[in-house]
Design a protein around this ligand. Structure first.
Ligand code: FMN
Length: 448
């Protein structure tokens, strides 16, 4: 496996970030994961120097302290140029929210989940004066020199776009040619995160996947930083003063999304201990209602969510599919056998499915997307599904539970057992929801 990875890895990432074989080698199998991953050692042939994550990016433009609560101003339009709004948007979208003091652990945790906390994504504000990179560890912005337009001051103008790029090298050092998959998944989660936090502040955003527009936005600097453009959000202005409501229909339960307590929910979000072995606890009707509403607010609609429910105070065990803001039952009975057949890593069951409350599978229409967009279908579909995956993580956190993204699943088995359209639909995310047991780790909240 190692020799093969070596052979195919060298140049292809730079030339074609998402080669067509990625579907077979990173989604339908895990062939592209180097054998060294188990030991946490660098993947062979991956010697690119990484940026020191603690190093400031350059002369910083300090950001205001983020607020403890996220809410739109009740009587004035929300303005992203307002320093308090900008600080809140960046911090709660991708900021450093928790510090884990466990010796030998992964110390820094941000607003979105990340495979082994590598955080390959970067968030950049595009303003009329240039491109400004968010530096979460110092809670500041830094001008990307290659982007400077006109005047030679680093003054921040009014942000018009937020761009997400990805630095594959740090993730590839561990994961080899599997990195593009993880980076695409995480970019989608970050896009969903910005969209969610913006809505909670009363900001209207339009999420974009169009490759040409994306490349235009990144062209001035992405070549010099070695990053891959992944997605963007156009900042369209304010919603009605005081409003955060997503435009979808209201849930009959009266629950709306994003929730009013989003800031504290994000501060408490976590993925559980190293091996996901939760306590058996049910998901409640309120969680299901939040899930139904949250999935309806995902910026792109070309995904489906299948939920295998084991423990719920309101739903019978079985297989549910999210459609038009509701979860409809398509199969009855305890899904444990299905979960253990789907959720495998090289012949072993990936986590303790006997005590999870439910597991979500996000599926996309791969066949038609590849026919239409070719290799770029990979980026586009992972943006969609990633945005949905982050919503699921936040819904779980709101109800005191953990959602654990786990790529240890058999995509072909999932396709068959979930009744997906063969050759067309593919599962790209597996998320298990459960009540994480207390662990040895000790996380402190981070505020700037
Ligand atoms: C795209 C992606 C893939 C992941 N894959 C796995 C996995 O295969 N196995 C696993 O145990 N955890 C996986 N995780 C969970 C991460 O390890 C977890 O998010 C990370 O430790 C950060 O923890 P936090 O979310 O509590 O901050 C994945 C996370 C992401 C975002």
């Amino acid at each position: 496996m190692t020799g093969r990875t070596d052979k195919i890895s060298r140049s292809r990432v730079a030339e074609a970030p998402f080669p067509p074989e990625l579907w077979a080698e990173a989604v339908y199998s895990r062939r592209s994961i180097p054998a060294t991953l188990a030991a946490g050692q660098p993947a062979p042939g991956r010697t690119a120097t990484e940026l020191d994550p603690l190093r400031p990016l350059g002369p910083g433009i300090p950001l205001a302290s983020p607020p403890l609560h996220l809410a739109p101003s009740p009587d004035a339009p929300t303005d992203v140029s307002d320093p308090a709004v900008l600080a809140a948007l960046l911090h709660y979208s991708y900021g450093l929210l928790q510090h884990d003091l466990t010796p030998g652990g992964w110390p820094l945790h941000r607003a979105v989940a990340s495979a082994r906390c590598r955080y390959p994504s970067e968030l950049t504000l595009i303003t009329p004066t240039g491109a400004f990179r968010y530096d979460p560890l110092h809670h500041q912005l830094a001008l990307l020199p290659a982007s400077m337009r006109g005047s030679h001051t680093a003054e921040l103008g009014a942000p018009r776009f937020i761009v997400i790029t990805s630095r594959f090298a740090g993730t590839a050092r561990l994961y080899g040619d599997y990195a593009p998959r993880l980076c695409a998944q995480e970019a989608g989660m970050l896009l969903g995160s910005v969209h969610l936090v913006a809505a909670s502040l009363g900001l209207r955003t339009r999420a974009g996947r169009d490759l040409e527009s994306l490349n235009d936005l990144c062209a001035p600097w992405s070549a010099s930083t070695g990053e891959h453009p992944m997605g963007y959000l156009e900042l369209e202005g304010s919603m009605k003063p005081g409003s955060t409501a997503a435009e979808g229909p209201r849930h009959p339960s009266g629950r709306t999304w994003p929730p009013g307590d989003l800031a504290s929910v994000l501060r408490s979000r976590h993925s559980g201990a190293a091996i996901f072995d939760p306590e058996p606890a049910p998901v409640t009707g309120e969680l299901i209602a939040d899930l139904e509403t949250a999935l309806d607010t995902v910026p792109f609609g070309d995904f489906s969510c299948h939920l295998l429910v084991q423990r719920s105070s309101d739903l019978a065990p079985g297989h549910y599919v999210h459609n038009d803001g509701r979860l409809g039952q398509v199969g009855a009975g305890d899904p444990l056998a299905l979960l253990e057949r789907i959720g495998q890593t090289e012949g072993r069951v990936s986590m303790n499915f006997r005590s999870t409350a439910c597991v979500a599978y996000l599926a996309v229409r791969r066949g038609s997307a590849v026919a239409r967009y070719g290799a770029d279908a990979f980026r586009r579909l992972h943006l969609t599904a990633g945005a949905a995956a982050h919503q699921i993580c936040v819904v779980a956190a709101r109800h005191g539970l953990s959602a654990r993204i786990h790529n240890g699943y058999e995509a072909a088995t999932a396709e068959r057992l979930l009744g997906l359209v063969p050759g067309e639909e593919t599962v790209v995310f597996q998320l298990a929801i459960g009540a994480a047991r207390p662990s040895a780790s000790f996380r402190l909240p981070v505020m700037f």
